[in-house]
Design a protein around this ligand. Structure first.
Ligand code: UDP
Length: 247
């Protein structure tokens, strides 16, 4: 790891310069944070699980025609990706009310929504990632109108696919967060792809039979069994957690 040039260290991942131009390496850590960095901890083995879950989902989504930044998994904790300029938006999909939506509107967690909601938050920790309406996104030139339409179209397709994927393994996909970026070597710099990760860190998964939470809420809410829940999600997805090359 030491030879690689670090580009950025985030809360759950480190980004390194990749071996070829316009590539990066995402290194998945075990560190976990919640409530805008107020709660900090580690979830043993989380980085390996999130790397492998993200790999599986990015591959399946690209088979479905969704362009992603993912190239290949390199090791237990690393994956090679195309470099992108991240659009500073958290794209959140809600199928069932939970978390901040339940709190903001005083609605009981678990209330099913008649149709999925796609909403945006500004990716800015200092401001606490505020909810941002589409007209503000356009006015602040965070994304162009055609880009927003493309993002919403891809997000809706991703939601349909992922709900089915998780339902097939007994998990209800309550909500999740996506990030998109513009490929740095895109034709005119405007080719939008799904970026970042998809893992139990950025979604809510409830077991259909028991109602148990199988995601980062176990950490956020001190529910215990955090590692076990992440492992169980990986196991149900058919992911092997045999350590391959832990340094
Ligand atoms: N989420 C995320 N990163 C964030 C905020 C939210 O990955 O910075 C995910 C979160 O895990 C959940 C969904 O987006 O699956 C909706 O989160 P919510 O707005 O309810 O916020 P929370 O209650 O997690 O603070």
């Amino acid at each position: 790891m030491s030879q690689k040039e670090m580009l950025y260290e985030g809360k759950a991942k480190i980004l390194y310069k990749g071996p070829k131009p316009n590539t990066i390496i995402q290194y998945f850590k075990d560190d976990a944070t919640a409530f805008n960095n107020v709660k900090k901890g580690t979830i043993a083995g989380k980085g390996i699980i999130n790397n492998k879950v993200t790999e599986l989902i990015m591959i399946r989504l690209s088979q479905l025609g969704i362009p992603t930044h993912f190239i290949e998994r390199m090791s237990d904790r690393e994956q090679l990706c195309h470099s992108v300029d991240i659009i500073p938006l958290e794209v959140i999909v809600r199928n069932t009310v939970a978390g901040s939506m339940a709190k903001t509107f005083g609605i009981e967690e678990g209330t099913r929504l008649p149709n999925p909601i796609i909403e945006f938050s500004l990716k800015d920790d200092d401001l606490g990632d505020p909810l941002i309406p589409e007209n503000h996104i356009l006015a602040l030139e965070l994304a162009q109108e055609d880009e927003l339409i493309e993002i919403m179209d891809m997000t809706a397709k991703i939601n349909v696919f992922l709900r089915g994927l998780f339902a097939a393994i007994g998990l209800e996909l309550i909500d999740f967060k996506l990030e998109f970026g513009r490929l740095t070597d895109g034709e005119d710099g405007h080719f939008i792809v799904l970026a970042d990760e998809f893992s139990p860190d950025n979604c809510r998964l409830w077991d259909y039979e028991t109602g148990e939470k199988m995601d980062k809420d176990r950490f956020r809410r001190d529910l215990g069994g955090v590692e076990e829940a992440y492992q169980e999600v990986a196991r149900r997805l058919g992911i092997s957690l045999e350590v391959e090359d832990e340094e």
